[in-house]
Design a protein around this ligand. Structure first.
Ligand code: 6PG
Length: 252
């Protein structure tokens, strides 16, 4: 039995990387970390940008559980998105729809605290509107908004949010921009690197064997390249990786 098979919870692989036996255990520990960060926040607002895709569903379900939803003061929490697909909010592809179904519908959070990217709008116009909403909410003048936490996923090609390999978005200094999925051609709105890097904490949540090779490149080989946009964030000391053992198979 290797160390993880005997370890019920996790291996603290490094200061930045924690590995968990399965996604449910990962989600429980990440929810606990989010709760601790919220409780330790000495500001009157707690701003978090959420991720889309399939992986975070188990986290949103965990945050919706009685064990957690009753411990957050949702009145103090503002929900944003790291990216959105340019589809209506009730579309099954929508990242808002994912969070709405598995979190928002299960918690008592004021509507005005939910800052969705409006995927149904004209992409270029929505990127401008969302940037203005961020500027107004964070009231930071020409500085980049500083999220308390940005939750990110990782594509097997190394993309994160909707920052895709070698894309022109990687050099974009605006708060957010329009991206195009390289395979489907789907328009996306994404937060850009300067905003992601300005967060107090960046949590990557990664699970599944299909992410093991990209995790090996970014964490074990420490590659930093526009070919793997998530790697451009890994240079930050504010990044923490939450992996299940399938995604971490080459690390252990
Ligand atoms: C999205 C996400 C994207 C996602 C990765 C991983 O809109 O899809 O922002 O960056 O986190 O593609 O997706 P899975 O969790 O589905 O593997």
């Amino acid at each position: 039995m290797n160390q993880l098979q005997t370890m019920e919870i996790f291996v603290n692989y490094s200061q930045k990387v924690s590995i968990f036996s399965k996604p449910e255990v990962l989600a429980d520990n990440l929810a606990c970390e989010l709760l601790n960060d919220f409780k330790n926040c000495n500001r009157d607002r707690f701003n978090i940008a959420l991720s889309g895709g399939n992986t975070p569903k188990v986290l949103y379900q965990k945050l919706s559980s009685y064990q957690y939803r009753t411990k957050f003061n949702w009145n103090q929490i503002d929900l944003f998105w790291g990216d959105e697909r340019c589809v209506p909010p009730d579309n099954e592809e929508s990242n808002f729809a994912l969070v709405n179904q598995f979190l928002i519908n299960n918690i008592d959070i004021p509507t005005q605290n939910i800052h969705r990217i409006k995927g149904e709008k004209v992409p270029e116009q929505e990127a401008v509107r969302y940037s203005k909403e961020l500027k107004q909410h964070f009231n930071t003048g020409d500085q980049y908004p500083c999220f308390d936490i940005i939750l990110l996923g990782l594509g097997s090609d190394g993309h994160t949010a909707s920052l895709f390999p070698n894309s022109k978005n990687l050099g974009n200094k605006n708060y957010c921009s329009v991206a195009v999925h390289p395979e489907t051609g789907q328009n996306r709105i994404t937060l850009n690197l300067p905003v992601l890097l300005n967060a107090r904490k960046i949590f990557f949540m990664v699970a599944g064997f299909n992410k093991a090779k990209i995790i090996k490149k970014i964490i074990l080989e420490k590659i930093i390249s526009k070919k793997y946009p998530a790697s451009l964030l890994n240079k930050s000391r504010r990044v923490k990786w939450f992996l299940d053992k399938a995604a971490a198979r080459y690390l252990i």
